[in-house]
Design a protein around this ligand. Structure first.
Ligand SMILES: [Zn+2]
Length: 302
């Protein structure tokens, strides 16, 4: 039997937003958490002000995301604003390029990866080498799904991954209405989202390889995958300044020059920010990310 693990793209997998603490509503601009929006805007303002000390940028980001980061990395005083988030490479967004860039972002931070995150990246590379990771054809995936992992229960088949092609659109410059800053934010968000989603789906592939992906334990499987996705986001963006900058740029552009690209960029960066700022405990990821997204124990069974 083929089974699916789907990852969220826009804060909720199904249209069951009534009780979900999603940041963005359908228009993508009014969130349920105004305090967070203000804090994010504050981070971007501080990060863009070269007269302010770098420590203040870090502190503002820590406050915005509600919790000082447990990952101790020396703060680089020369980094300001946009510099907090490495821009997307000039190359086209492909699966191979995204996997490579994910490693480059981690390498740049000089981190020793946890065994599971390292294992998930290796699992993603292995599946990709076997031509088992692709952007899905248009219309095949729900707009709410960032990625899916297909696998067969009790079968040596290692599974395959599909990523939502809407992420690809955001990385292109198809939307001529947007300016250079919005385009940069959209491309960077698209790459980071593709990379984070690849980590998530690769975590399912790793669990499958370990014989620990159980169709009746969907929530446990998602907690593991979102946990590694969060570890990836925190590792490449230790104080959240990068995501704060992306969220804020999209929010400002959406207000001044509304566009589909700004809306999607805002929703996607906010969703990643939402995961970033959980405390990483299984119970928190379950209650604040997995359950509100609509996962239930039998959801993956087709
Ligand atoms: Zn998943």
């Amino acid at each position: 039997m083929t089974r699916i693990c789907a990852a969220i793209l826009l804060g909720t997998m199904l249209a069951i937003t009534a009780s979900a603490p999603a940041f963005a509503d359908a228009s993508g601009i009014v969130g349920a958490d105004e305090e967070f929006h203000d804090a994010v805007a504050g981070v971007a303002a501080v990060a863009r002000n070269a007269a302010l000390p770098a420590e203040q940028v870090k502190d503002a980001a820590d406050r915005a995301f509600g919790e000082p980061n447990a990952v101790k990395i020396q703060f680089k005083a020369q980094l300001r604003g946009w510099d907090f988030v490495k821009p997307a490479p000039d190359s086209p967004l492909t699966i191979s390029n995204a996997l490579q860039d994910a490693r480059a972002r981690l390498f740049e931070r000089g981190l020793v990866l946890s065994g599971p995150l390292d294992g998930a990246l290796a699992a993603g590379d292995k599946l990709n080498s076997a031509d088992r990771v692709h952007f899905a054809p248009k219309g095949m995936m729900s707009p709410y799904e960032a990625g899916v992992f297909f696998y067969k229960d009790n079968d040596p088949d290692p599974g395959r991954i599909m990523i939502n092609p809407n992420i690809l659109d955001m990385a292109s410059d198809a939307d001529k209405e947007i300016d250079a800053e919005m385009l940069k934010a959209a491309r960077t968000t698209a790459w980071i989202a593709a990379e984070a989603t690849l980590v998530h789906e690769s975590a399912h592939a790793l669990a499958k390889a370990w014989n620990q992906l159980h169709p009746t334990k969907v929530i446990d499987g998602e907690v593991f995958a979102f946990g590694l996705e969060r570890e990836f986001l925190r590792s490449i963006d230790p104080h959240g300044e990068g995501l704060a900058t992306l969220i804020s740029v999209a929010q400002l552009h959406q207000k001044s020059h509304p566009s589909n690209t700004a809306t999607l960029c805002y929703q996607l960066s906010s969703m990643l920010g939402n995961l970033w700022r959980t405390d990483g405990k299984a119970e928190t990821i379950k209650s604040s990310i997995v359950v509100p997204a609509g996962y239930t124990e039998n959801k993956s069974v087709l």
